[in-house]
Design a protein around this ligand. Sequence first.
Ligand code: PDD
Length: 286
Amino acid sequence: MEPIAYVNGAFVPLSEAKVSILDRGFLFADGIYEVAAVLDGKLIDNASHLARLQRSVGEITLALPESLERIQEIQKELVKRNSVANGLVYLEVTRGADSGRDFVFPKNDVKPTLVMFTSEKDIVNAPSARTGISVITVPDIRWARRDIKSVALLAQVLAKQAAAEAKAGEAWMIEDGKVTEGGSSSCFILTQDDVIVTRQNGNEILPGCTRKAVVKLAEERQLRIEERAFSVEEALAAKEAFITSASLFVQAVVSIDGKKVGDGKPGLMTNRLREIYVDFARATAV
Ligand code: PDD
């Protein structure tokens, strides 16, 4: 059966899910997105994703066309209609389609566009969860407001394509000698004296929902956490490295630019945090 998508109030077959070429998401990347995981048919950490959605749209002065409660209802309805057991729900809201291409915001009668679709992915049993992934480093060439989950992702497209061509699973972006974040993930290391280090939130990175949950879960277990920037050299000297995101949860990084991290295998702390996160995800799913 053909997958169902949501477009501005209607559930339609994916092949019929269309928006105008004048949509500002298409013309200007004038839009915000979110990706939430689905486990056993339920949404993972969705309150956190919806809170970030609200914040992101606020930062670009875009009003959501539906309430957060309604958006969650639509997400759930879409998961149900597509019988997604394990996967992702993508949602995007843009400043809508005006009558032409004008940089200035449209007048009030232009309704924002809201679209959603789902995909299947077995995040818990992904082979890379066992093996870990390799990463390459690239310069971070993005704009200065990376805390906004904007659909302007060209820098990440190029970074992740470079990673794919190098047979790596992710690109770590570097600015001023420090790792900002992955192309679509937050970065962590575990130092030789067992301190979990991840960059502090700010305009330089997206405040990852999975990052936030992992930091909280680690703190609750009295694990030592430092929120600060780290360099690739520090990551290569670390015991372990890992990344987090809604689409992979917690995943070990076993090499950076072809050099091993630790013994080149997923580490104990990474595996432990992954288990802790999956338990949290199942326990709080909606
Ligand atoms: N990306 N940093 C960036 C630049 C991201 O794009 C993402 C997520 C993250 C992790 O955030 P979270 O834990 O809330 O998923 C960090 C999504 C999954 C994507 O673009 O597909």
